[in-house]
Design a protein around this ligand. Structure first.
Ligand code: IMP
Length: 193
């Protein structure tokens, strides 16, 4: 068995990725390796934040580890909220308040283009760093729609679809999403090793 820790406390994400690993991998989450404190995420970009999380966990438990960091980048807002997506409307990290602030800041903007970008940082058994990236482009709509998913899903319509991520099934989202695309690259790398 190859042990691997996913540095996340987010049960949505754990569920999303758990099924992607082939037999032969034993995936643990933070709780399984007794990390219950919040991991610092103090960098000003997604790559350094993902590396910061992965190294934190690797140094604590010595097991190969991966961490992800995602941002929603809106063209008309010069890439905001970006690395600050979780706490756009404040430290309470409230998705609804984040969306309301984003919609307010988008009032009157004609350019609704946006993308989700995910970085996965992986520290392998030789303490070497690897970075994988996935993105999905789409548009920010004017009102929230849909109940599925989390975060900004109710206001993001992916390219090629006419529904928000929150209206699409989790099967579809998990096939086309930023995280799915970054995970695909990560999985193809570790499966080749
Ligand atoms: P994280 O780095 O994956 O924790 O993502 C940071 C923030 O981006 C989250 O708190 C959400 O607000 C947003 N986010 C990340 N992934 C998604 C997604 O798949 N859908 C909607 N919002 C997301």
């Amino acid at each position: 068995m190859r042990n691997l820790v996913f540095a996340t406390g987010n049960s949505h994400k754990l569920q999303e990725v758990q099924g992607l690993f082939k037999e032969g991998f034993a995936l643990s989450c933070l709780k399984d390796v007794n990390i219950t404190e919040e991991i610092p995420e103090t960098a000003d970009n997604l790559v350094d934040n993902a590396l910061q999380k992965a190294w934190y966990v690797y140094k604590k438990c010595g097991i190969p580890c991966f961490a992800d960091d995602t941002g929603l980048e809106v063209e008309a807002l010069n890439g905001a909220p970006g690395v600050y997506s979780a706490r756009y409307a404040g430290e309470q990290k409230d998705s609804r308040l984040n969306m309301l602030l984003l919609l307010k800041n988008m009032t009157g903007k004609e350019n609704r283009n946006a993308r989700f970008r995910t970085i996965i940082a992986y520290i392998d058994e030789n303490a070497q760093e690897h970075i994988f990236e996935g993105e999905i482009r789409g548009k920010i709509i004017e009102n929230m729609a849909g109940e599925n998913g989390f975060g900004y899903d109710p206001i993001f319509v992916p390219e090629g679809y006419d529904k928000t991520f929150a209206q699409l099934s989790s099967e579809i989202k998990n096939t086309i999403s930023h995280r799915a695309r970054a995970m695909e690259k990560f999985l193809s790398y570790i499966n080749s090793k």
